[in-house]
Design a protein around this ligand. Structure first.
Ligand SMILES: NC(=O)c1ccc[n+]([C@@H]2O[C@H](COP(=O)([O-])OP(=O)(O)OC[C@H]3O[C@@H](n4cnc5c(N)ncnc54)[C@H](O)[C@@H]3O)[C@@H](O)[C@H]2O)c1
Length: 258
């Protein structure tokens, strides 16, 4: 069920954090992982490490997912170098804290371009390839619990992730005749470099207080780890989920219940 040997998976934003965790899990299950990121040195480092630890023949392709031409080139390079494409994980995302009253048009555009427009056009390019292979495929979008519940001071982010959740449903409906399943994951708070950077301006004691308050409100009493999301992505992309499409799987330790 969870054997990905012979299958090729693109992971965007795979150079660190949740994307890196997803790349590691998929490689462990035998997938050939193609890592796409703007961070060339960290991306290449992860790929070298995966290759050393027996993770098949991973590949890094420098890609800014905001650019439709680069997204198309990512799919073309994947097929030219690794032969096919079976799984697309739309994980790359940005989450700048920005009060609504001072959000600029530039910030709004950047967030929407990375988090929503990029995943749409990359999915379009991937789906064209999957259609031509005639094998179907699986797309997993990394949304957020903010697609269901606003945190505050993240209006552009929340709109982008709410959009990504609905895009998941729209594309699941439209691509199902091609055997392409499209699902999303809504992570809660996950310990990653991006999450740490989001609280970079706060004092150490404020960060500790925020983490304690978060953990106290989380029924499972801990922060999430990238691998918590990786395991959910593995399930959604696997044969075990072959009748699952259009869903958003919440992986938040129960946070939204409280
Ligand atoms: N960490 C959390 O608590 C959390 C919670 C909910 C949802 N998410 C979502 O999970 C995803 C990953 O988050 P993370 O915490 O691992 O972030 P991160 O900042 O630690 O890593 C993000 C990666 O995406 C890459 N990236 C950014 N812009 C890109 C672009 N235009 N093109 C290609 N790559 C780009 C970065 O270089 C980086 O390697 C994001 O979509 C985020 O919104 C994270």
């Amino acid at each position: 069920m969870f054997d990905f040997k012979g299958r090729v998976a693109i992971v965007t934003g795979g150079a660190m954090g949740i994307g890196e965790g997803i790349a590691r899990r998929f490689a462990e299950q035998g997938a050939t992982v193609v890592l796409a990121d703007v961070d060339e040195s960290k991306g290449n480092e992860v790929v070298r490490d995966l290759a050393r630890s027996g993770g098949g023949e991973p590949l890094f392709v420098r890609t800014d997912i905001r650019d439709v031409v680069q997204a198309e080139r990512l799919v073309q390079t994947t097929v030219a170098e690794r032969g096919r494409l079976d799984v697309l994980i739309n994980n790359a995302g940005v989450f700048p804290v920005a009060p609504a009253m001072t959000t600029t048009p530039e910030l709004w555009n950047r967030v929407l371009e990375v988090n929503l427009r990029g995943p749409f056009f990359l999915t379009q390019a991937a789906a064209r390839q999957m259609k031509s292979q005639g094998t179907g495929g699986s797309v997993v979008n990394i949304a957020s619990i903010d697609s269901l519940h606003p945190t505050g001071q993240l209006a552009a982010y929340d709109a982008s992730k709410g959009g990504l959740r609905m895009l998941t449903r729209s594309l699941a409906l439209e691509l199902s005749p091609l055997g392409i399943r499209v699902n999303a994951i809504a992570p809660g708070s996950i310990a990653t470099p991006g999450a740490a950077a989001a609280s970079a301006g706060a004092s150490a004691s404020d960060v500790t207080k925020m983490l304690e308050a978060f953990t106290a409100r989380t029924p499972l009493r801990r922060m999430g780890e990238p691998d918590d999301i990786a395991c959910a992505a593995l399930f959604l992309a696997s044969r075990a989920a072959s009748y699952v499409t259009g869903v958003t799987l919440v992986v938040d330790g129960g946070y939204l219940l409280s």
